[in-house]
Write a protein that binds this ligand. Structure first.
Ligand code: GRF
Length: 210
């Protein structure tokens, strides 16, 4: 079996990208990040060193042209998995259909709560007592695709939205590579819009162990 190819799409800092790259850098790991694609030429995540292609697609192109360019690159790279990691553009059904069940995303809330932007502040405004992150398949509904895994953390009174985002980011860095690993080991399937994970009887014990 060949090495599974991963492409990561970013728009900014790229700390999740780094966590995924580190996971795949392990000796004899059966997957590798072959390219980073960004819509932002000044994304600091593009400074990450490694043996992968770095591609910037002009953000000023209209959506159709941007996605045609993206699709052209993806067709050439032939990834088995596309990870959105702080990618700030909403993909249209054109790309989603072409890469069905191959695109996953990290969102910093316990979905289906707090989809979209400004997540942490909105969670704090509601006085949530726990929050966390979710990794999900990308489908046509924003942050609404089948949920693969989630991890939670307590939200203390008086925590700022910046502190909460840092707290959750730390668990994203564990959960995202763990989900990539499940995908690489072909343990993820989708049935009736729900994700099933092979050999995991209790998802909570999986989360505790990551
Ligand atoms: C993360 O909090 C992720 O959940 C959200 O955007 C942020 C990206 O951070 N979608 P980074 O670029 O991976 O550091």
């Amino acid at each position: 079996m060949g090495i599974l190819k991963i492409v990561v799409l970013i728009s900014g800092r790229g700390s999740n990208l780094k966590a995924i790259v580190s996971k795949c850098a392990k000796k004899n790991y059966p997957a590798k990040v072959i390219a980073i694609i960004s819509n932002n030429s000044s994304a600091s995540g593009l400074n990450l060193k490694g043996n992968f292609e770095k591609i910037v697609i002009n953000n000023k192109l209209n959506k159709k042209k941007f996605e045609e360019d993206l699709h052209k690159n993806l067709k050439r790279l032939k990834p088995n998995l596309i990870c959105l990691a702080g990618f700030m553009k909403i993909l249209s059904p054109f790309i989603i259909k072409k890469w069905k069940n191959k695109i996953i995303n990290v969102h910093p809330s316990l979905l289906p709560s707090f989809k979209g932007l400004n997540t942490h502040q909105r969670a704090l405004n509601k006085g949530v007592k726990i929050s966390g992150c979710s990794i999900h398949f990308v489908n046509e509904s924003l942050d609404g695709g089948p949920i693969i895994a989630q991890a939670a953390t307590t939200v203390h009174e008086n925590i700022s939205s910046k502190e909460l985002s840092q707290k959750i980011l730390k668990i994203e860095h564990k959960l995202y590579p763990a989900v990539v690993d499940l995908f690489v080991k072909k343990r993820i399937s989708i049935k009736k819009n729900k994700v099933l994970i092979k050999n995991i009887k209790n998802i909570n014990s999986f989360i505790k162990n990551i």
